[in-house]
Write a protein that binds this ligand. Structure first.
Ligand code: GCO
Length: 257
């Protein structure tokens, strides 16, 4: 393999992608598989997981599934222990699981606040805390936390989401502070406005759609495909000296007024 390709090769690595039965998570999982990784998909729905596994397997990739709830400490510990005991240690962890529960702050229920914090932030703490010991023991590992444009910017009705993604940015830096010395590289990937199930309601809102297209220098919504290269880079040897970084993939939205 030539030197350039080697830098971005994930051959011989095993990657766990949380929340990867659809959308950004599935696209990243597919990209990591195309770069040579064995991929473990995750989701709570066994049916969606099975469909996603069949899709990637049909494309010739090494894929399996781990159905566990990333917000449940017992479920997370059991799932990661089972992978380790099964001789399937995780080399690359993509903390992607995320939900949205939009509401004005004054109307936001505690349940909607807690669900978003649990899924979008606490899950990364739980899964990383379960996976990191093995990486530390092997003195190598990659963790990519899927943050967001909203790790730094806010807009009305998404306080829970922005708080979680802002926290995830600082959790990324904290992981770097504690684990970089063990040759773990922990970085954030920050999507901008990407067309997914989660943003469908915004894409279909003519006013919002037009605002995004005007507000984004690239003049368009992102696609899940736009995120794959950045995820591969952060998961690869090419990023062995990148740590605690937040790689923004937003078409330029966050740097212009
Ligand atoms: C919203 C959007 C954003 C995007 C994304 C941007 O309601 O403003 O859903 O939260 O999903 O997170 O990075």
């Amino acid at each position: 393999m030539n030197k350039v390709l080697e830098r971005f090769s994930l051959n011989g690595k095993r990657a766990l992608v949380t929340g990867s039965t659809q959308g950004i998570g599935l696209a990243i999982a597919k990209g990591l598989a195309e770069s040579g990784a064995s991929v473990i998909l995750n989701g709570r729905s066994a049916e969606k997981l099975s469909t996603a596994i069949h899709q990637l397997t049909a494309e010739g990739h090494s894929v399996e599934g781990a159905a566990f709830d990333v917000t449940d400490p017992t479920s997370v510990k059991a799932a990661i222990a089972s992978l380790n005991e099964g001789g399937k240690p995780i080399d690359i962890l993509i903390n992607n699981a995320g939900i949205h529960r939009r509401a004005p702050l004054l109307e936001m229920t505690l349940a909607d606040w807690q669900a978003v914090i649990d899924t979008n932030l606490t899950s990364a703490f739980l899964v990383s805390q379960a996976v990191a010991p093995g990486m530390i023991e092997r003195n190598q590992g990659k963790i990519v936390n899927v943050c967001s444009l909203m790790s730094d910017l806010a807009r009305p009705t998404i306080a829970n989401y922005s708080a979680a993604k802002g926290g995830l940015r600082m959790l990324t830096r904290s992981m770097c502070a504690e684990w970089a010395k063990c040759n773990l590289q922990i970085n954030g990937l920050a999507p901008g406005y990407i067309e997914t199930e989660m943003t469908k309601i915004l894409v279909q809102d003519e006013k919002f759609d037009s605002w995004i297209r005007g507000r984004t220098p690239s003049g368009r919504w992102g696609s899940v495909e736009d995120l794959v290269g950045a995820a591969i880079f952060l998961s690869s040897p090419a990023a062995n000296y990148v740590n605690g970084h937040l790689l923004v993939v937003d078409g330029g939205l966050s740097v212009v007024v």
